[in-house]
Design a protein around this ligand. Structure first.
Ligand code: WT7
Length: 633
């Protein structure tokens, strides 16, 4: 992508921002010109937030992989596209040039075609952080199949829900994965899910652990047997700009995760433009994002954004503390990483291990260090800036969401002002507002409000899979004429934004997003459980942790046993990543006379903010609050 798209000074940012607001169609149209289209658009933007109707580059034809791979072959064919660092530092790393990555993607794309996958079919991907994961996304995109990646920490029951919702035709998985010192099965989990997934016809299984997993004849195929002999060229399927590129399931305030749908054209333009500018990527830089491709950060900022920009992107299979808490810093020195992006939870966990692990490495190559996924507290920001960035690197705090597809509010490398705990200014084309309870725009500074958007941006979600009404109700109905993010935020007198956190029933644990209702449903699958209520509370490393108040049917004889059973049910229904840290058994919950649980009170108890519980007189049974406080864990 041409460097003409790069903003180089703060003044230039201000100018560009102004232009993007005054004439969004002209602004994004010019950016889109830098990409390769098979057919040009008839119109840059057509929208309303009522239906909502969100169309970018309508009428245009493209294939995102042609832009992420083929387009670079002439000038960057021998440039490294992907560097893969394994879980075990003693295992050999893998490097693919743009040419090699192109070939790998085409081979898998050909295999998918041969196995009956067609444009518009859904392919579910449940893989470890290995190169084949990135290759799988791109191979689907190559032939116009819609990928739906499921993070490899989710349970078989979660896979089943997602596969069935999307009616996926194929699953790509592996025997298992390495995670630090552990080996975790994947194929077994998939097998269990597929007992109840009639839409799945075929499964491709990659061999990562040499486990020789169970293979169902006629359904399951070994990766090497269906992929390795394929041709290294595969024509890129012409896609409408508004054809779906992928589905990614995310949690909200209802019990069932929804499939956020991103489309080809706008997502391409949005992820590439933000990648280039947020990280101020230069042609010879090495960029590394530690996220998992199972989440949106990995989709947009390990795979699509960097590759669309012709960047060298690093992918890491392991965890920050294996074999020791210096692992991140060792990898940065090993590859000379210039831009590094991680989550506050990782920073806080490494902080807790002491700075000696960081001080052992030079980290000289770093220019920009990023934080993403949850609010970063002052202490973690400063530690990151001092010990990792050596007070020399720009810290960029990227605010965005699965639904926004690309970064919305953030610093731009070293060109914009930094302020600890503030994400900063909106990117060009992004029009945030803060709304009060009544839905009016707040003009003052240093006041908290609901963070909303008053205009569309190219990479935004278009719908929720199979249920457009749900998309409308979740994001476009709370405040008419606005997209509602679910976050609370504050704006200072200079216009910089600070994200406070979710204002809905969504909990962010170590950057992983869960709905309270989803966890309650899982807990309630226990025969002995009558009712439960789940809230988040602040946790020094995870950001937030999960607190469950549970009413059981009969007297509990062994609390530890019952806790274990509840934990198992959450692990089974969602995955171990969602298990509650605290489970308090109670005889009742604070409810209004109409039967609504007063979560505010539960949150205050879980947060240890007993003094600010406030008025409880409207409760059906105010005494229950005393019981809850007395039994607090
Ligand atoms: C929610 C979105 C960003 C993509 C990965 C997570 C929180 C995200 C920040 C940030 C404060 C943040 C918000 C948001 N969040 N980034 N820089 N500062 N909060 O995507 O799983 O869709 O979660 O994560 O609460 O709504 P996600």
């Amino acid at each position: 992508m041409a460097n003409t798209l790069k903003i180089r000074t703060f003044e230039e940012y201000q100018e560009k921002y102004q232009q993007s607001i005054e004439n969004p169609e002209k602004f994004w149209g010019e950016i889109a010109e830098e990409f390769q289209w098979m057919k040009k658009w008839e119109r840059v933007l057509d929208w309303n937030f009522d239906e909502p109707k969100l169309e970018w580059f309508k009428g245009a034809k493209l294939n995102i992989t042609e832009n992420a791979l083929d387009r670079h072959l002439e000038t960057r064919g021998n440039k490294l596209a992907l560097i893969w660092e394994p879980n075990d530092p003693k295992e050999r790393f893998v490097r693919y040039t743009y040419r090699e990555l192109h070939d790998k993607v085409c081979q898998l794309a050909n295999a998918l075609k041969e196995m009956g996958v067609k444009k518009g079919d859904r392919v579910c991907i449940y893989l470890p952080m290995i190169p084949e994961l990135a290759i799988s996304l791109l191979a689907c995109a190559r032939i116009g199949a819609i990928h739906s990646v499921i993070f490899a920490g989710f349970s078989s029951s979660s896979i089943m829900d997602r596969v069935n919702d999307a009616q996926a035709k194929m699953v790509i998985t592996a025997d298992g994965l390495y995670r630090g010192a552990k080996q975790i099965p994947l194929k077994r989990v998939v097998d269990e899910a597929l007992e109840n997934c009639p839409s799945v016809e075929k499964v491709i299984v990659y061999n990562r652990l040499n486990w020789e997993p169970n293979m169902v004849a006629g359904r399951d195929f070994k990766w090497e047997e269906v992929v390795d002999y394929q041709s290294k060229s595969c024509p890129a399927e012409p896609m409408d700009a508004e054809d779906p590129l992928y589905i990614l399931y995310t949690s909200g305030s209802t019990g069932k995760p929804k499939g956020v749908v991103h489309t080809c054209g706008g997502y391409m333009v949005g992820t590439a433009y933000t990648f280039l500018n947020v990280f101020q990527y230069e042609e010879s830089d090495v960029y590394w994002c530690t996220a998992d491709i199972g989440w949106v950060t990995g989709h947009s900022y390990i795979v699509y954004g960097p590759l669309l920009t012709g960047a060298t992107t690093v992918m890491f299979e392991g965890i920050p503390t294996y074999p020791d808490p210096g692992r991140f810093w060792q990898i940065i020195d090993k590859y000379g990483v210039n831009q590094f992006l991680t989550a506050p939870t990782a920073i806080r966990s490494l902080m807790a291990h002491g700075e000696n692990h960081v001080l052992a490495y030079s980290l000289d190559s770093l220019k920009v260090i990023g934080s993403v996924g949850e609010p970063i507290n002052d202490e973690a920001w400063k530690w990151y800036h001092l010990h990792v960035g050596k007070e020399r690197c720009a810290v960029v705090d990227n605010w965005w969401q699965t639904e926004t597809g690309a970064v919305m509010i953030s610093g731009l490398g070293n060109i914009s002002p930094m302020k600890p705990t503030y994400a900063g200014y909106p990117l060009p084309g992004v029009q945030p507002v803060l709304l009060n309870q009544e839905g009016q725009e707040i003009q003052e500074s240093d006041v908290e409000g609901y963070l909303c958007m008053k205009a569309p941006w190219p990479s935004m979600l278009r719908t929720t899979w199979g249920d457009h009404e749900r998309c409308k109700n979740t994001y476009f109905s709370n405040y008419k004429g606005y997209y509602f993010s679910g976050d609370g935020a504050k704006r200072d007198k200079n216009g910089m934004y600070r994200i406070i956190g979710r204002v809905d029933d969504v909990i962010n644990v170590s950057g992983h997003r869960f709905g309270t209702a989803e966890i309650e449903n899982a807990i309630n699958t226990n025969d002995n459980v009558v009712e439960s209520a789940v809230v988040g509370y602040p946790h020094p490393v995870k950001g937030q942790s999960i607190y469950a108040f549970v009413i059981c049917e009969s007297e509990i004889e062994d609390e530890a046993l019952m806790r274990g059973a509840i934990i198992e049910s959450v692990a089974r229904e969602i995955g171990r990543i969602a298990i509650p840290e605290k489970i308090q058994f109670v005889s009742g919950l604070p409810k209004t006379r109409s039967g609504k649980i007063m979560r505010r009170i539960l949150r205050k108890i879980a947060e240890d903010e007993i003094a600010s519980i406030g008025d409880t007189s409207t409760l059906l049974d105010p005494q229950i609050v005393d019981e809850l406080i007395a039994g607090k864990l």
